[in-house]
Design a protein around this ligand. Structure first.
Ligand SMILES: [Zn+2]
Length: 332
C-alpha cells in the first residue's frame, strides 16, 4: 500500500525518543516502534493512486508554477459536482512545492471546518504528502498540516495520478494555473524558500566583500592577481603566498618593515619577487621570462594561473629560504 523510499515506509523503524531512563532498562520490542502519538495512522495516508475513490467528500489540491507566476488551489467534489473552489497566487520567488503544500494546508483547514464525515483529500504530488506525514518536517506549513491531520483522523489524504482525466484533479490544476497566470490575482504572502534566501544572502555578502576588496588599501598585490572575490579556495601553498604578497624573505619587504637595512639584493638589484623570478644573477635556474614594466600586473596573474610557473616559484622560494644570507648585501 505504501511505496518504499517515502517517510511513511520508514517510520516504523524510528525508535521512540520519549523513553524515560527507567523504561529503557526493560527494553522490549515495543521500544523499536514509534510512539503512537507521533505518527499518523497508516490508513490515514496513502501513496497509492486514489483515482477510484468515489464515495464521500473529495477535495483535490494542486500547485502550479509558470513563467508568469505561482498558484495554489483546491476544489471540493460532492458526488459528481464541484461545490467549492479556492485559489491564490504566490510570489514568483516561491517554489511549486510551496504552492503544493499551501494548497494541501488550505484543503485540510477547509475539511476541518466541515461537519465530520467521510472525506479524502487527493494530492497529485508525493513530496507534499510525505512532508505532511512527517511530524519533524523542516517546513512549518507541513507541520501545521500534520497537527491538523493528527487531531482529525477522519480526514484522509491520498495520492492521485496527475493528468489522468479525474475531473477534480483537472479542475484544481486549472485553478492553480489560472491563479499563477493572472496578474492582480489575490496573493498569499509566504516566506521565501530557504534556497532563495541562501543565494540572496551569499550574493549580498560577496558584493559587500568585493567593494571592500576593491576599495581597500591592503593586499593590493593579491587584488591584482585575484580581482574578484570568491568563496572557492585558491589552493596556494605557503611559498606561493609569500611570493605573490611579496612578503618574507624578499629584501624589498624586509626593508619596508625595518627588518633589513636595505631593499637591495646582493647582486645589486632591488630584491622584489620579480627580481628573483626573472633577472637575479643568483637564481638563474629558476627564471621565467620577465614582464615589461607596464605589464607587471598581467605577469603576476599569468604566473598564478600556470602550474609550471607556480612550481618554479615554489622551488625558488625554497632556495631563497635556504640561502637567505646569500641574498643580503654584505654590510661591510
Ligand atoms: Zn639579485
Amino acid at each position: 500500500m505504501i511505496s518504499t523510499g517515502s517517510y511513511l515506509s520508514e517510520k516504523f523503524q524510528i525508535v521512540g525518543k520519549q523513553e524515560t531512563p527507567r523504561k529503557t532498562q526493560f527494553a522490549t520490542k515495543s521500544h523499536l516502534s514509534p510512539h503512537p502519538s507521533e505518527h499518523l495512522s497508516p490508513t490515514q495516508i496513502s501513496l497509492d493512486d486514489g483515482g477510484n475513490i468515489n464515495t464521500g467528500l473529495r477535495i483535490y489540491t494542486d500547485g502550479s508554477k509558470t513563467e508568469k507566476g505561482v498558484g495554489a488551489a483546491f476544489c471540493v467534489l460532492t458526488d459528481v459536482n464541484i461545490t467549492h473552489r479556492w485559489s491564490t497566487r504566490l510570489s514568483l520567488r516561491n517554489t511549486v512545492f510551496q504552492a503544493e503544500i499551501l494548497a494541501l494546508l488550505k484543503a485540510v483547514e477547509h475539511a476541518v471546518s466541515l461537519p465530520t464525515q467521510q472525506l479524502t483529500i487527493l494530492v497529485d504530488n508525493q513530496a507534499s504528502i510525505n512532508s505532511a506525514a512527517n511530524p519533524k518536517s523542516h517546513n512549518s506549513i507541513a507541520r501545521k498540516i500534520f497537527k491538523l491531520l493528527h487531531s482529525h483522523p477522519h480526514i484522509r489524504v491520498s495520492w492521485i495520478k496527475a493528468h489522468a482525466g479525474y475531473i477534480g484533479n483537472e479542475e484544481a490544476d486549472r485553478l492553480a494555473k489560472e491563479a499563477a497566470e493572472t496578474e492582480n490575482f489575490p496573493e498569499t504572502p509566504l516566506e521565501l524558500p530557504k534556497s532563495f534566501i541562501k543565494t540572496f544572502l551569499r550574493q549580498k555578502m560577496l558584493a559587500t566583500w568585493q567593494m571592500a576588496w576593491d576599495d581597500g588599501d591592503t593586499g593590493r598585490l593579491i587584488h591584482n592577481i585575484i580581482p574578484k572575490v570568491s568563496l572557492d579556495s585558491i589552493n596556494w601553498t605557503r611559498n606561493e603566498v609569500l611570493f605573490f604578497t611579496g612578503h618574507e624573505p624578499f629584501p624589498s619587504f624586509l626593508q619596508r618593515f625595518n627588518l633589513a637595512e636595505t631593499s637591495f639584493c646582493s647582486c645589486g638589484g632591488i630584491g622584489t619577487p620579480i627580481h628573483y623570478a626573472t633577472v637575479c644573477l643568483l637564481t638563474t635556474s629558476y627564471h621565467m621570462a620577465p614582464p615589461s614594466q607596464q605589464h607587471q600586473p598581467i605577469w603576476f596573474r599569468r604566473v598564478a594561473n600556470n602550474s609550471t610557473s607556480r612550481r618554479k616559484i615554489h622551488n625558488l622560494l625554497h632556495f631563497l629560504q635556504r640561502e637567505t644570507s646569500l641574498f643580503r648585501p654584505d654590510p661591510n
